[in-house]
Design a protein around this ligand. Structure first.
Ligand code: ATP
Ligand code: LTN
Length: 330
């Protein structure tokens, strides 16, 4: 029997955070044996916010090395750079023609990012979720492992698949999201009501997968908590809740076990121990990354063969789509 298909991606819009790791990449790793997985570095998405070209280039390559260092095995999964497969942009155009302005304008990420945008709003920010739908639908994806913030975009991808299938006949598989109960929404260390994000202007808000030990200790020590002084897991104490979430996903212990152990103890101890748990979780990744980042030839080989494999699959779907909408084959 053929394996089911998984697709996911992250933007090279900075350096990856432990939010990206816990909400997405850690789960990608677990799916590799059971599924046929495609993991992309979505550079086309990244340019919807201002990027410095040379940084985008280095972040893209760095991100590939981080994927592999986190445990994505290029022998098992297809790793590729989104802009290397033009079918993503081409399918986006077709999907644009069946996307509703109203639905796109209700996307939370669009509303948030457009509020932050200082210049004129660019149209790419608006059609961002259509490109994401194209990413997913091109591979006839069954499952999309993402963090909680992408749920609405997944819903749109499903809607577009169904709408296209109804209008032109069965063409796309309708994908399902995979969002874990814990780790799917890691919050900013400086504002526990906002999602941890790699493009946050305050670097104390996030921990990067590649942050060194002292930086991790310092950032966790400074994390915003509350004045209740009780270690408990609830929505009145979002800062502590977030620290407990991180503790649990990194250590594999349940929230309950952790809360019981810290009963009656102070926030300082919890933070110190959490920092060590995070450091321990990230160390093997960082060591592997250091090795990989020296080997540019190897990375180039991976993204080149990944693009070939991805393109082959993507083109099968794109040809079908072009035929169905009435384009004459060349
Ligand atoms: P940016 O801040 O540049 O918009 P981002 O940090 O939100 O980016 P993306 O590249 O957009 O990261 O997301 C990659 C994956 O990481 C997605 O599946 C997303 O849901 C997940 N993710 C991002 N931030 C978090 C978070 N704070 N907690 C859990 N998962 C997250
Ligand atoms: N929009 C996603 C990144 C992304 C993605 C995808 C995730 C682009 N294309 C396809 C899953 C499947 C984000 O996390 N901001």
């Amino acid at each position: 029997m053929e394996k089911k298909i998984v697709f996911s991606g992250a933007q090279p819009s900075g350096s990856l955070t432990i939010g990206n790791y816990l909400g997405a990449i850690k789960n990608w790793v677990e799916l590799q044996d059971e599924y046929d997985c495609y993991y992309s570095i979505v550079d086309l998405h990244a340019i919807t916010v201002p990027q410095v070209p040379k940084d985008l280039r280095s972040n893209t390559l760095k991100q590939l090395a981080i994927y592999i260092a986190c445990g994505i095995d290029p022998e098992k999964s297809t790793l590729f750079i989104q802009s290397h497969v033009p079918a993503h942009t081409e399918l986006t155009w077709v999907l644009n023609t069946i996307s509703y302005m109203g639905q796109l304008s209700r996307m939370t990420q669009y509303k948030e990012k457009s509020r932050k945008s200082e210049e004129n709003l660019n149209a790419g920010l608006f059609t961002y979720p259509v490109l994401m739908a194209a990413d997913i639908l091109l591979y006839q994806t069954d499952l999309v492992p993402v963090g909680e913030d992408q749920k609405q975009h997944l819903e749109l991808a499903r809607d577009l698949a169904i709408r296209f299938n109804n209008k032109y006949s069965e063409t796309f598989k309708v994908p399902e999201p995979l969002i874990k109960e814990f780790g799917a929404r890691i919050m900013s260390l400086q504002d526990p009501e906002a999602k941890m994000s790699k493009s946050d202007s305050d670097e104390n808000g996030y921990i990067l997968i590649l942050d060194d030990k002292d930086t991790i200790r310092r950032k966790i020590k400074r994390a915003v908590t509350d004045s209740l002084g009780v270690i408990a897991y609830n929505d009145e104490q979002l800062g502590i809740k977030n620290l407990l979430d991180m503790y649990s996903v990194f250590s594999g212990e349940s929230i309950e076990e952790i809360v019981n152990r810290y009963e009656g103890k102070g926030y300082g101890i919890l933070k110190e121990d959490l920092a060590e748990v995070v450091i321990e979780g990230l160390s093997p990744i960082q060591r592997k990354y250091d090795e990989l980042s020296k080997n540019k030839d190897y990375l180039e080989k991976i993204y080149k063969s990944g693009a070939e494999k991805a393109e082959y699959q993507a083109m099968k779907t794109l040809r079908k789509v072009y035929r169905k909408v009435g384009f004459i084959p060349r």
